[in-house]
Design a binder for this molecule. Sequence first.
Ligand SMILES: *Cc1c(COP(=O)(O)O)cnc(C)c1O
Length: 419
Amino acid sequence: MYQELNISDKTIKLIEKAEDSLKEIFHQIDTSCMRNTAKVLSAFQKYNVSENYFNSTTGYGYNDLGRDNIEKIFAYCLDAEDALVRSQFISGTHALTVALFSYLRPNDLMLSISGLPYDTLHEVIGIIPNNSSLASFGVKYDQIDLINNDFDYPKITEYLKNNKVKLIEIQRSKGYSTRKSLTIDKLEKVIKCIREVDKEVIIMVDNCYCEFVEDKTPLTVGADIMVGSLIKNLGGGIAPNGAYIAGKKDLVNLAGERLTCPGEGREVGPTLGINKSLLQGLFMAPHVVASSLKTAILTSKVLEDLGYEVEPKYNENRADIVQNIIFNDQNKLIKYVQGIQMGSPIDSNAVPMPWDMPGYEDQVIMAAGAFTQGSSIELSCDGPIRPPYIAYQQGGLTYEYGRLGVARAIEELQNSQSE
Ligand SMILES: *Cc1c(COP(=O)(O)O)cnc(C)c1O
């Protein structure tokens, strides 16, 4: 059965052995998936989803019943007062950019408390110069690094006592860094700490890859606004593109004015036929996230059994769907990523190579055998070509496909030589 897929019995045995020890952990994931599934179904019923929500608008997009209700449904699922869920966001980075430009004005100060933000935000903020960056408009930026994978509480308190900060940015998922991703518990603790000294500062969370991993959302524990992509968790592998901004109503409305134009705001924005896909994607999302988590945990266990360094370990609490394998070897990283591509449903014959990517500083190798371009809720794996040569793997629309993709990558890895 597996020979056609170039997966050996030896690899399948390794995987089956790992699965034996993962039963209890997989059961916990199913329990959490059940809770998030119930929440999504409640939202569909509360907002009376019916076939006419699948209709959509063209042109200006006035009176798009489906769009407006989809935003309410997303808000409910994220414990938000309101949400802006639009295909006019071309990526997660775009939604984060719109949010930052909505809330920050000349001379305002933005503070990241989770260290250096995601690579594609460097030019947005002006950490790397760009004539359209926040810095070019006179917005100031500062950052406080994490220490031992947690927030630097004393430094944050001290900073907020001595500076008027307009917006705090917290990135939960690790991006292309070597730190751990930040759980809701840690987020809750730091938000309490912030609110003790500053009741006004806008707390904005980059929540990419974290939706439906835990039961609570950043908003449940006191954040003001959260942002994420629809070609990650909440799109369930079905949304064709888009992103969301959710949280306090006034902040969501401000983002609407910035996404389209002042005065038109959220009243416009044609949905061009995607309403049904967004609803179906959200409907599937809890299960797809659970499948991605199981794929990540399996990967962690098997690769650890094979002697590789992994983060997180299979039995650690997870904040997101990302699994790292630290190869300490360029050739092994490349082989593994190529193996993920070979185990994919789309473009399995393509051989990914390290390449320059817009918005990223190092060359990056990416396996993306996905139905939707760049979709990383589908099994995908990428890594910047720099020591210690870490693979960032995420996604898996079903556990079965995730398992087979990983098996193919392990096969490729085992047959490769180190440098
Ligand atoms: C994916 C991601 C983003 C946004 O990336 P896009 O490719 O622009 O959607 C931002 N922050 C983090 C931590 C991410 O993982």
